[in-house]
Design a protein. Sequence first.
Length: 335
Amino acid sequence: MIIKRISLTNFRNQSSFNLDCKKDTTLILGPNGYGKTSVLEAIYILTRGKSFRATDPDIKKRETDFYRIELTTDSGEKRVATFDGDNKVFVISDKKTRRLGKADKYPVILFLPSDLNLIGGSPSRHRDYFDRFFSQISEEYNTSLSKYEKALKQRNEILKNENMSPSSLFSWNILLAKYGTIIHRVRKELVDKINKELADTYFSIADKKDQIFLSYKTDVKNDSESEYLKTLESNLNKDVILGHTSFGVHRDDFDFIFNDKVAEGSASRGEGRTVILALKFIEARMITNLLNQKPIILLDDVFSELDETRRRFLVKNFKDNQIIITSVEKIKLDY
């Protein structure tokens, strides 16, 4: 897919906005608060099915009744998403649907300024990042994560009820065990794939033989649904006191290990940013190889956070992809 044009109506602070995109690199230039990130958000919704930062009521421009976004591609395909205050509807090549199906999704590499601080981020930020990454590669993961989160929400609601009975949790425990073990298995598999490339990719940027790998931290011991279920049940008294589920993949974390030490606190700022660049390059390669599609690259004001060397590597690595960049200042793109 090559995006030819994106149009926004009542989207964030934009009453009406149109952008014609180049097939190689498009630069969206403007001051902070101009709405540049909103354009990337609209593209993400029409390629991935949902926003990367908010729910639909928060996206709709204040004091308006709806939002509408439209995307056309170089092949003539038209994608439209509308939200009327209650429901969101997609229209893909004249076919109407409430959700963007697997066949209609298209891979995107989203690079946000917060990603550059991923090494020192919280467990929830780490999970959010890798969930977004892994959901694009594995539809099994994407579906399991969605069903797990719904079951977890229901279980936690019941735990807050003073009159709850253990039997009321049983069906939700079954679902958490089923989908939690799938999430655990896929996370292990994809972390292993990342680690096969991470050190070499880092070296290609930094030209230094540092040892770097991604550590997957979890309390889940294996991929046995029965063991997962048993642990949920044994933690019942603890969960009732806490008012939430204390065991499961929703508590997992990911750590970068740099020369045998946790990267946070041992890697320099430049080394940490090189690790994240390497991760982005691996993400793009994995998507291309596993899905046989070249992802669209969305870079949200990250150039201002990178030095000249890392900017050059970023542009050169994605030279065969369509890139859409936001920036507050003019940047060099012809490396």
